[in-house]
Design a protein. Structure first.
Length: 390
């Protein structure tokens, strides 16, 4: 799209440059130029439509991303509550471990005291004549637990010694249990911490990913908005250029039409001048003759009227006009020696008529006008009218 825009801009610049280079746009503003500009506008509008659609799609994508960010933030809030709870559990576990460690220390101290007491009793027993085998059994132990077991096997042990040994066994067992419990809690603590760190890493990863996506979309949106601005500006420039080209083409057409009109008018004037000149040349020769002919064409006659019935004929005039088929025909009966048959004659009060009939009573300056009804004939009567032969 950017390449296309660059090409369009370059082409427009070239057109503008060529138009103004000759200090006259009309030199380049042909219909082909107009078609080129319109084609460029079409391309720009297509690019603009595509860009608008991309912006719409991008806005939808941004909206979806905002929803995803909102979801992640909500999840983060929920996870934060879990993390806070885990932190409390961790603190409690550490507290429990410390308590266990304190209890273990106390038990081990008690065991140490009881062990010393037991050793003292054994030493006292030895001084009072105890068996060497007893000492060998006791002091041959490899560990404290083994020592307790060996002492328990000696049948000569006193009742108080037996109680002491039993308490030692119990405390040793408690120490082992508490150590085990402390280790378990420590493992739980490590698991909770690892889970917490994993959750935080996951959420932070999603946040970074969404933020990167958001930045990318915003850059893309800004680029599209900038492109749309360029395309609109380009379309505006082309529209202005198109309007100017159309205006100049119309002006050229109007100027051409005016030249054609003036040329035609000039030719008509020349023709008219020739005609007038010829008419003037012939005017003097034919003036008297024309005047005489004009005097002969217009004269006064006595006019009566007749109908198809009053004539008593076949309904067809002397020249073949069928009055039955043409009841409203304008026909007059004349003396052919005065008005030639077939002539078109204007009769005052009757109109233009054809000299198409004759009559035995029609002689000299006398005519008979045909009318369709007896009433019209009576209304006409006998008149003196002026006639003009055309």
């Amino acid at each position: 799209m950017t390449k296309k825009l660059t090409a369009i801009t370059l082409a427009t610049s070239l057109i503008l440059g060529s138009f103004y280079f000759n200090n006259s746009i009309s030199h380049a503003e042909t219909k082909q130029d107009l078609r080129n500009i319109q084609e460029q506008r079409k391309d720009v509008k297509e690019d603009l439509s595509k860009a608008d659609k991309q912006v719409t799609d991008l806005m939808s994508e941004i909206e979806d991303l905002n929803k995803e960010i909102e979801r992640v933030n909500q999840s983060l809030q929920e996870k934060q509550e879990t993390i806070e709870e885990t932190e409390r559990d961790i603190k409690n576990s550490i507290k429990d471990i410390r308590i266990l460690q304190d209890e273990i220390k106390e038990l081990e101290a008690d065991i140490q005291k009881r062990q010393e007491i037991l050793k003292d009793r054994i030493a006292s027993y030895q001084k009072s004549g105890g068996s060497m085998s007893y000492l060998e059994v006791i002091f041959g132990a490899q560990s404290f637990s083994d020592f307790i077991s060996r002492v328990s096997l000696v049948s000569t042990i006193t009742e108080s010694d037996a109680t002491l040994i039993e308490n030692l066994k119990t405390d040793i067992h408690k120490v082992a249990e508490k150590k085990k419990l402390a280790l378990e809690k420590l493992n739980e603590l490590n698991e909770m911490k690892a889970k917490q760190e994993e959750t935080l890493a996951q959420i932070n990863g999603e946040k970074r990913k969404n933020e990167q996506h958001r930045v990318l979309l915003e850059k893309k949106q800004q680029a599209l908005i900038a492109l749309i601005g360029e395309l609109k500006s380009e379309d505006k420039n082309l529209a202005s250029l198109e309007k100017e080209v159309k205006h100049n083409i119309e002006a050229q057409a109007a100027e051409k039409a005016l030249r054609t009109k003036r040329e035609a008018e000039r030719k008509r004037n020349e023709t008219k001048a020739r005609s007038v000149k010829e008419a003037v040349a012939k005017g003097n020769e034919s003036e008297e003759k024309t005047q005489e002919n004009d005097d002969k064409k217009t004269f006064t006659v006595t006019a009566t009227a007749y109908t198809l019935e009053s004539a008593g004929g076949s309904g067809t005039t002397y020249t073949g006009i069928d009055l039955k088929e043409n009841p409203n025909a304008k026909v007059i009966a004349v003396d052919p020696s005065v008005i030639p048959l077939g002539s078109i004659v204007h009769v005052e009060g009757y109109g233009y008529a054809i000299a198409g009939d004759i009559g035995s009573a029609i002689n000299g300056n006398k005519i008979d006008v045909y009318v369709p009804t007896e009433q019209a004939a009576m209304k006409w009567g006998v008149r003196t009218v002026k006639v003009t032969i055309q």
